[in-house]
Ligand binder design. Structure first.
Ligand SMILES: [Zn+2]
Ligand SMILES: [Zn+2]
Length: 213
């Protein structure tokens, strides 16, 4: 298949199915990972798709592609803080911030650790802000859509990602699996994950944070 044809086909799959993982695309075309990455790069340059961790998804309109995400923490916040659970640097893309009842602000590296922090701090958390996985846009965790245990795990395991928009979350889910829910479902998910799994199988950082409690 010519590369042009392949990209056309790839784009139509993404438009139909929402999102696909790189390994799925490799299997369907029988081409190398490198070829798939190049195809995705070209489609992204044309603002037809957005590449995401381990795959790609179709965009609504070309305007979605390059829109400034309005990521916070870009100025006035100084250096990125470290995650309160696992101590990785909390990067803007996945940032989860918690404001406590004493006004203190805590950062988590990703929604996984954010949810872990809720379990740890409980009622002390007054405000929680999470970043949309696709745009990086900060929004209320209370109103976010949580994708639990999908195959896309850019930070901590098990993967928890947040989406501002339900339709985009469903589109992402079609390619990467996982369960969609709200913050309360994410709390239950992580709590179960930590109690059901034997030592060493769950997130070691979350386990350590809980032990200190
Ligand atoms: Zn963390
Ligand atoms: Zn993380």
């Amino acid at each position: 298949m010519k590369s042009l044809q392949r990209r056309k086909e790839l784009l139509s799959w993404l438009e139909k199915e929402g999102s696909l993982s790189v390994s799925e695309i490799v299997t369907r075309f029988g081409v190398s990972k490198m070829t798939v990455h190049r195809d995705l790069e070209i489609l992204e340059q044309r603002q037809r798709i957005r590449r995401i961790f381990g795959g790609a998804m179709a965009l609504e309109s070309p305007a979605d592609a390059g829109a400034p995400a309005g990521r916070y923490g870009e100025k006035g916040e100084g250096e990125a803080a470290n995650c309160l659970i696992c101590f990785r640097p909390a990067t803007q893309h996945l940032l989860y911030s918690l404001t406590l009842d004493n006004g203190e602000r805590k950062m988590a590296c990703c929604p996984h650790c954010g949810v872990s922090a809720h379990l740890l701090l409980q009622q002390a958390v007054k405000i929680a802000i999470t970043a949309d996985y696709l745009s990086g846009r900060p929004h209320s965790a209370q109103h976010s859509h949580f994708l639990l245990g999908s195959a896309a795990a850019p930070c901590c395991h098990p993967s928890i990602l947040t989406f501002e928009n339900l339709e985009m979350a469903q589109r992402f889910q079609s390619g990467f699996g996982g369960e969609l829910g709200r913050l309360s479902d994410a709390l239950t998910f992580l709590e179960e994950e930590m109690t059901l799994h034997r030592e060493g199988e769950s997130c070691p950082h979350c386990a350590a944070a809980r032990k200190e409690r």
